[in-house]
Design a protein around this ligand. Sequence first.
Ligand SMILES: Nc1ncnc2c1ncn2[C@@H]1O[C@H](COP(=O)(O)OP(=O)(O)OP(=O)(O)O)[C@@H](O)[C@H]1O
Length: 534
Amino acid sequence: MPELESLIAGVDSLEPMLETIRQRMQISKERTGSVVDTVSKVIQRRLEVNLACSRLEYGDTGRSLEGNAVAPVALNSHGDQQNSATASDVQNVATSDCIGKQRFPKQHQPKMASAQRGDGARKKNVVIQFEQIKKGGEDRQQRLKKTKEEKQVFKIRSKGNPHLEFGAMINEYRKSIEFHPLRESDPVKDYQIAVCIRKRPMNKKELNREEPDVISVPCKDEIVVHEPKVKVDLTKFLENQRFRFDYAFDENCSNELVYKYTAKPLVRTIFERGMATCFAYGQTGSGKTYTMGGDFQGKTQDYKKGIYAMAAEDIFKYLKSSEYKDLNLRVSASYFEIYNSDVFDLLANKVKLRILEDGDHQVNIVGLTDILVKSVDEVIELIKLGNISRASGKTSANSNSSRSHAVFQMSLWAPDSNRVHGTFSLIDLAGNERGADRTSANKQTTLEGAAINKSLLVLKECIRALGKKGSHIPFRGSKITQVLRDSFIGERSKTCMIGMISPGMFSCEHTLNTLRYADRVKEHRLIYKEQRKW
Ligand SMILES: Nc1ncnc2c1ncn2[C@@H]1O[C@H](COP(=O)(O)OP(=O)(O)OP(=O)(O)O)[C@@H](O)[C@H]1O
């Protein structure tokens, strides 16, 4: 029978198409086996129905592929037969055209005259129908994808998300700023007390939360904080506060550049019988350890790129220089941590140490490990050792890098003498937000916060006193200032404070605290505070 042959040929021609679909869907043959079978079944059934329709048109007593009378079938979406019908139903279906309407768009509905056009035309019809199904699937997928994207955008816009609005306001403000950031070629000034600010780049968390970057660094010594605010009538506005410091480092500055303008100028001080101190101050996660210890390559820290190692490198360079070679100085290094009012030796398994003052009012840390070093690599090994020790306490209640002050000291010793020629102290301070936290119900963290707060306040007063010659230095107020007493006295003492700030909107309050603290250390005045409406 020609109809039957064309029907079989039609079904056969579907095989390569099914294979194409399988490949496009990129699913295994095994998994798609049942799907393919179902699709074949659907098409086969439709062919049977078409055949039945055309026979009815021409009065043929058609047979199914199995030789039975063809009955129209209602198929569920999986191609399963839901019910079978009688011959009279066939007539109804054929005349009402309901199958065609349900399954195919009008232009591809099976035509009653197809039998007249011969096998080729019918085969073509099947192919068209199949391609239509295929195209329908692809279209549906495209539509779903588009809807999903639209939903996402809508979600962000409809959140009433103040970030986006503030972000736009900040961008608008930035358009009015002329940026002249710090360059390598800018001169390095000589300060007794230098106060600098470093802005770190936005981190993944801040970017994921779509926090706007609220810090601008317009030039080499200024920082602008765009503080988002909302009035009682819900009007949003920015309070732009402009601060001035000795240097302002933006997010593109490397550790090398920061070092060049902050700690490097202090190295010479210790060869001139002075005391040099460099503090990293700021909120937890603002980049203190990154700046002092070195940047991270994945989880490992590149110590060579930290201020500790860069200072050590310069110390060894000066030792060999013609200017200081004849002094025959030796270098030693120590590394300790101050937590609450206790001192722990990071080079001796965190053993607890005592602080005593001798008859000459010299403050000593009794039993502190001080190791002679001959190269930068040896210094780096000690830093690594100390950091392992520091990190090992993280899980216990008593210590965590952001709750303690870490002090790395390199001292120069005159030959055959136990008197210090000069000391360079590099300090990674505890996170300043820990001192401001009044919400903790835990007694331990409350005490911790109080100790941090007190030590940071006393430190600020000591540095201020160093700047005002002859004024009282309240170094007994905290352990850290007690230990660093010699850094605050004497004509030859030099200090540098690097305030680290996080740029995200949610850190704005802590950032302002850091900037105000740094501003008080060395009173460069706040340049202006202005409000801008949106
Ligand atoms: N300038 C920077 N450039 C790139 N990444 C930075 C920068 N500063 C900090 N980071 C990254 O930010 C994260 C937090 O930095 P870091 O650990 O130095 O903060 P911290 O202030 O020392 O915090 P804590 O008080 O907990 O020790 C790190 O993953 C660090 O790599």
